[in-house]
Design a protein around this ligand. Sequence first.
Ligand code: ATR
Length: 273
Amino acid sequence: PDRYAVMGNPVAHSKSPLIHQQFARQFRHAIEYIAIQVDPGGFPQAVDQFRAGGGKGLNVTLPYKLEAFRLADHLSDRAKQAGAVNTLRFEPDGRLFGDNTDGTGLVHDIQHNLGVALKGRRVLILGAGGAVRGVLGPILKHHPANVMIANRTVSKARDIAEAFAAHGQVEACGFDALKGKHFDVVINGTSASLKGEVPALPETLFARGALAYDMMYGDKPTAFMDWAVLHGAEKVVDGLGMLVEQAAESYFVWRGVRPKTAPVIEGLRRGSL
Ligand code: ATR
């Protein structure tokens, strides 16, 4: 079988092996996909070792997306924009190709799975870390009316807004400055949910019919999702769809076919995979 893996730390609870096995089944592809825990400082060696063992491609998760970006010999445009790589492909000529499927995955989930078109919408993105930088390019490509990046540390939001200024209508602010503003799509890209926290947001954020999207996911709704339900968002979802969609896009990068995602998302939600 062709060999793939996800590298990260921690990675033991990654759903990627399960997701990619489901994809492979759809096409009757014989693949092996494992999770590899990589110790700090050991990423380049781990990649070399995987390649030497006949590996075809890798997913890269926290904290190695920046290192993967630096390690790649050539990059897709969306990886260059994101400044991070979550998908590596070992080329027949020995070169290492770096791509980033996170933003495309998020947009796919929002537009196709949830049926919310981004075009002309007022979009708010919470947070200004690597997760947000990684998805901004693909969001702007779909021509929202505007994108506001709000972050606890305003300077970081400004840096990102400046970096993407050529690609669309992007502004930056702190959470306080959101008072009185309304948004159609609110995406939480902060890591607050990991700690069960919600950014300090005004309660009037959601426009009528708004989508609240948390890029995180867990066994139960995140704190941000609970907050969004309470404050009038119409659709409230976690990042499980994004996880499966970015995986499908990686599968396409490696193997040239795009798996169906709906049955895999449903299976994961039901816990029946
Ligand atoms: P990642 O690369 O996963 O995005 P990161 O670079 O550490 O991780 O960024 C985490 C983001 O979550 C930041 O935007 C951070 O805000 P600051 O830049 O002000 O630190 C945000 N964040 C984390 N905990 C938060 C909380 N409790 N409330 C609001 N924002 C929070």
